[in-house]
Every structure is written in C-alpha cells, then in structure tokens.
Write a protein that binds this ligand. Structure first.
Ligand code: 8YV
Length: 308
C-alpha cells in the first residue's frame, strides 16, 4: 500500500512501513497511485479526495480530526482513523501547566528575573498572583482529556465543575468529585475555565463574545483543545482589557497568533504542544502505524472515525 506522508513520524514504529513517499508543501495530486494519506492537520475535503481516486485510508496523526471532512470521506468510501487514548495524559499535564503558569504568573516572573529586576524592583507585593488551590475549575467537556484534567486538579484541591451535553451518572460524578453546571452557569461561577471539547459545527465559536463576558473578573481561561472553539477577536479584547487571564496552546489560525496577544503580560502562549512529549508522540506513531498496517492488510481498523 503506497502511503503519502508529510514527514517521518517520531519513534521506531514508523520504520515498519514499507512504501512511504514524502512530500513538501501542499498535498500533491492528482495521484492515483497513492492508497493512504498520513495527515497532521491538512484539510481533506471532497476536492482533495478527487486527487486520490484509489485511497483506502486517511490516517490522522492526532485525536482531533477537524481538518478532515469525514462525511465526504464516507461518501467517497474512504475510511478515516485517528490516534485517541495515548495523548490524554500529556494534554492534561500541559493543561495543568498552563493553569498554574497563568494563575501564578510564572512567565511574567521568569521575564522579571531575566531582566535583572529582582535586585532593584522586588517588594513583598511583587508579582502577587492568585491561588490555584481552593479555586473553582470549570471543565468544558469531560471526555478522556477532561477527565484526566479532573483527576490531576483534585491533587491541587481545586473544586471541580463540568459541563457537557450528557450528565454523568451520580456515582461517576461522586467518584470524580465533579458537579454539573449548564455552560453559562459554569462560566459565571468558575475561577478557571478549561476547554476539552472537539471542534465541530456545534462547538465552533462556543465561547462567543456574550459567553466570554460571563467570565468572572480575574478568572482565567485555558485552551488546549482548538482555537476556533473561542471567538478569538472577542477573547483578545477581553485580554487586552486586563479583565481576565489566559493560557493558550491553540489558536484559530495556527500558526498565526494575534499580534496583540504577544504584547500582553496576562497571557501564557504555547505553540500547540498538548501531545508534544517524546513518549506520547511515539505512542501516537504506534497507533498511526497500526491503523495503516491494518488497512494495508485489509483487516478491521483499530481506530475508525465516523461522521457524527
Ligand atoms: C496534534 C492534537 O494533532 O491530537 C490532537 O488533537 O491536537 C495534537 O495531538 C499533534 O500535536 C500533531 O500536530
């Protein structure tokens, strides 16, 4: 099975694939010889599928597959797979890192030391921040990653609220130590809000201008999910006003980051690093390769994704 990939993926599993061609820049085509695409964020839609008439798999490197039109793939008879499960811990870890960095002003403090200001500007009120311990964390989307965040957050004595379409069973809520709130109520009540929903038609712009205005003064928003879940222009305005803080790993038009954010001290910025550890990326490659090998062998796919 001839595979087209943008690059080698990290880890030894990648070498198990026999027939891989690499491309640079945008996806090439027409290419009737290509039977599988390994993709990382590329847009795969109906016109793109036409370039690859003999495709047997679109294999996404990542859990989120919002760049792939799954309906168009299904219509063309092309299965889609992703790499779920193996990146929950790393993404939850980064979420906690952003919560703590934002809440405790870690990046501002680092700049303060590097600028040589400790000896001259330090006073007992310098860089005072807000406790994470005891604060209320609102988790938007209690799937695998949201749940991993909840477990870690309990270790920091955060009070946990969550929102999603379906309530958990009461026993599950008790076990995780979470209380359900409708989204607007969660935004009004939480000191820290963290997003863990996939980007879909019904979550695009979920945190619009009206909802961002519900956030408490001094609260902080953390996003390790997808930038387009938030109205980015409205978020930039809220942050520029200094009313809220944010820890942002994802942006609406990556790799572009709104210029204004680069100037603001109340924002911590990372370049989409949720799954970026050696261990996690190698585990993602293992899952990607298993999907590709199953397709090549005509076997059942381990991680199929369906239109929803
Ligand atoms: C990226 C992610 O896909 O899994 C996801 O949904 O956002 C990430 O894991 C990965 O970083 C590759 O760029």
């Amino acid at each position: 099975m001839k595979i087209l990939a943008p690059r080698r993926f990290p880890g030894p599993a990648w070498d198990e694939l026999a027939d891989v061609e690499y491309y640079e820049g945008p996806l090439p085509g027409p290419r009737p010889d290509i039977e599988a695409l390994a993709v990382v964020g590329e847009t795969i839609d109906a016109p793109m599928l036409e370039r690859f008439p003999n495709l047997r798999l679109v294999a996404n490197y990542g859990a989120g597959y919002d760049g792939i039109d799954v309906v168009a793939c299904a219509a063309a008879g092309v299965p889609v797979t992703n790499t779920p499960g193996v990146l929950d811990a790393a993404t939850a870890d980064l979420t906690l890192a952003l919560i703590l960095a934002t809440r405790r002003r870690v990046v501002e403090s680092d700049s303060f030391v590097r600028a040589g200001r400790w000896g001259t500007d330090w006073a007992s009120t310098t860089l005072l921040a807000q406790d994470a311990s005891g604060a209320t964390l609102g988790i938007v989307g209690l799937g695998h990653i949201g749940t991993a965040v909840a477990r870690r957050a309990r270790g920091f004595d955060l009070r946990l609220l969550y929102t999603q379409r379906e309530h958990l069973a009461e026993t599950e809520e008790r076990k995780l130590g979470v209380e359900f709130r409708a989204l607007d109520d969660l935004l009004r009540e939480a000191d820290i809000v963290t997003l863990h929903v996939p980007l879909k038609a019904d979550t695009e712009g979920l945190l619009d201008r009206r909802r961002l205005a519900l956030l408490r003064d001094g609260s902080c928003l953390v996003n390790t999910a997808r930038g387009a879940i938030v109205d980015e222009d409205a978020l930039v305005e809220e942050l520029a006003s200094g009313r809220i803080r944010a820890g942002l790993d994802v942006f609406a038009h990556e790799p572009d980051v709104p210029q204004q954010l680069l100037e603001l001290p109340n924002v911590v910025l990372t370049p989409h690093l949720g799954s970026a550890t050696w261990e996690t990326r190698e585990a993602m490659t293992r899952v990607l390769v298993d999907n590709l090998k199953a397709a090549a062998a005509g076997k059942e796919l381990p991680n199929p994704v369906y239109p929803s």
